[in-house]
Design a protein around this ligand. Sequence first.
Ligand code: 5GP
Length: 164
Amino acid sequence: MRELGQQITRDYRDRDAHLVMVGVLKGAFVFLADLVRWVELPVVVDFMAVASYGASTRTSGVVRILKDLDEEITGRDVLLVEDIVDTGLTLDYLLSVLGARRPRSLKVCCLLDKPARRLRPVPVHYRGFEIPDVFVVGYGLDCGERYRNLNYIAVLHQEDAGRD
Ligand code: 5GP
């Protein structure tokens, strides 16, 4: 968090307007909360909530926007904060939606990156960790809404998924 926050601080230091940090709910809520505390700049925090359309998401990446931004982002510096980039479909879609609003800049910060599963090339400017093709939970990440509160990131094995 410190390294990412310092990097972001350095990169946006000379901008005259507040950086808009956009967390993608729900998964990024813990990451964003920790990350913003290491960004030593005036920032505005906003959130988007998205949900998949079910099967079509797996092929198109089109997601339903459950909560849109409160902020106008036209002409502003925007940093999208994601929990994990997997196929890249969700991020690709979000970047096209936000990019259409003509921000001054639009960058991506993700905690975890699973490049082995990528179906669409997406720019990741700030990356916490690269991980292999495993399903992870904890630190905001869920499986059926469980495990978000774990104070660590764990690999969830198929046989654990249904257990209490
Ligand atoms: P993508 O569109 O890149 O395939 O998927 C992005 C979203 O899928 C992430 O924001 C996250 O919500 C979910 N996701 C992808 N991989 C994992 C994982 O290993 N664990 C959890 N809990 N969610 C994941």
